[in-house]
Design a binder for this molecule. Structure first.
Ligand code: IMP
Ligand code: MG
Length: 422
């Protein structure tokens, strides 16, 4: 399989968890490189549903090494409960999970500040997951963050945490929020530090050993291209590089060691949180929600939904260097009579065949649609390209062509076996 970077080509929730799980079969090492427990990767194995937030979904397969890279922000309390949850259902988490020493730690003041800033923004809020992701990356960039290596060093941790809680309590008071108890935070974080110590490692040298051995490494992206801090619909984005470059900086594996980029996208479009979504459509949302689909894995929020946007996905191909496409949730369109695909934007007289950078312009843009006849046949039982209805194949070929990448996987449901290699 070689070294593969997997990214979301839309606004997150493209079904990456499932595709990663399928591709992991051929991988030796699976690496998370950015984001934190704002992510929610859902994997179904048989009748069992697993939602992972920080741990790479490779953990669900035997004999895979899983790495949480330096680019991730780690909520240690969340990570402990994720490990415990997996162990409780019989998944081995011992000697197969490594957390970077230099990954930054998320603290309760990050979560509290995340929430307070959203309140202050009022109607301009981002709609964050309130997991403290933005403030944690903010501390990292401001060079005042604490890292995993600090968390597992009892003496150093106590000193650094005391200063951080003191400073942040002043900020929280200014927001009119309740200050935190150092004692309490210290106690719970130290306990988590002791629990996590065996997992903390120099993951850069570990990954380089894997590269030298010729292991196949899968870099599992979280969130999606348009939530990227640089390339997304700023400020309605998350605080990390969700695009393929983030896999290099977030792991310490260099660009010339990467072989391939896979972009995951839904056969339609969804977004959680605020910010422009040009193809948003109430009928599409009602249809999908009525099917019980499109509720967030992390926050349970109903996702906003719309038609496939090829202006966006073509942009994703450009900034990520996507070679291959995995199209998911095809079965979500099984009942639609006429399927629309956005092929351009219009803002008054001005036409765009690319994503304008100004979010106010993007928010004003009206989609220009092409129409495709729906296949109106269930696809969830299809197990090969030939078993897909001809109109469905036409649609998939068209969206891949418009996205300017090669169709690689067609996914017709959440299960492993509902995966068609094209
Ligand atoms: P944050 O990452 O919690 O700061 O949230 C910033 C924006 O990214 C919000 O619109 C969130 O809804 C969105 N977001 C963050 N993580 C995910 C994810 O895993 N899937 C989809 N959207 C996400
Ligand atoms: Mg998700």
């Amino acid at each position: 399989m070689a070294n593969t970077i997997l990214v979301g080509a839309q606004w997150g929730d493209e079904g990456k968890g499932k595709i990663i799980d399928v591709l992991t079969e051929q991988a030796d090492v699976v690496v998370r490189t950015q984001g934190g427990n704002n992510a929610g990767h859902t994997v179904f194995i048989g009748p069992k549903k697993y939602v992972l937030h920080l741990i790479p979904s490779g953990i669900l397969r035997k004999k895979k090494t899983c790495v949480i890279g330096n680019g991730v922000v780690v909520d240690p309390i969340g990570l402990v409960s994720e490990i415990e949850g997996l162990r409780k259902i019989g998944v081995k988490v011992n000697g197969n999970l490594f957390v970077s020493e230099t990954a930054h730690v998320v603290f309760p003041y990050h979560r509290e500040l995340d929430a307070q800033r959203e309140v202050l923004k009022g109607k301009n809020k981002i709609g964050t997951t309130k997991r403290g992701i933005g403030p944690a990356y903010g501390d990292k960039a401001a060079r005042v963050g604490l890292r995993m290596i600090d968390l597992i060093n009892a003496e150093r941790f106590e000193q650094k945490l005391a200063a951080k809680v003191k400073e942040n309590n002043e900020v929280l008071k200014a927001f009119g929020a309740k200050p935190l108890s150092f004692k309490e935070v210290h106690k719970t974080y130290r306990a988590a530090g002791d629990y996590l110590k065996p997992f903390v490692a120099n993951t850069v040298t570990l990954l380089h050993q894997a590269v030298r051995r010729g292991d196949d490494i899968l870099f599992e992206g979280a969130q999606g291209t348009f939530l990227d801090i640089d390339h997304g619909t700023y400020p309605y984005v998350t605080s990390s590089n969700t695009t393929s470059g983030g896999a290099c900086t977030g792991s310490g594996v260099a660009p010339n060691r990467m072989d391939r980029v896979v972009g995951v996208l839904k056969a339609y479009t969804t977004r959680v949180g605020e910010g422009p979504l040009p193809t948003e459509n109430a009928e599409v949302a009602d249809m999908l929600h009525a099917m019980g689909r499109e509720f967030g894995a992390t926050t349970g929020r109903a996702r906003r939904c719309g038609w496939f946007d090829s202006v966006a996905t073509r942009h994703a191909t450009m900034v990520n260097g996507i070679d291959d496409l995995a199209v998911t949730n095809i079965d979500g369109l099984d009942t639609v009579e006429t399927i629309k695909v956005c092929i351009g934007y219009r803002d008054g007289k001005k036409k765009y065949d690319y994503m304008p950078n100004d979010v106010e312009v993007l928010a004003r843009c009206e989609p220009v649609y092409a129409e495709f006849p729906g296949w109106r046949t269930p696809t969830d039982k299809a197990r090969s390209w030939k078993q897909l209805p001809p109109k469905c194949r036409e649609y998939l070929k068209a969206i891949a062509e418009l996205t300017e990448a090669k169709l690689f996987i067609a996914s017709v449901g959440p299960a492993r076996e509902q995966t068609i290699f094209v």
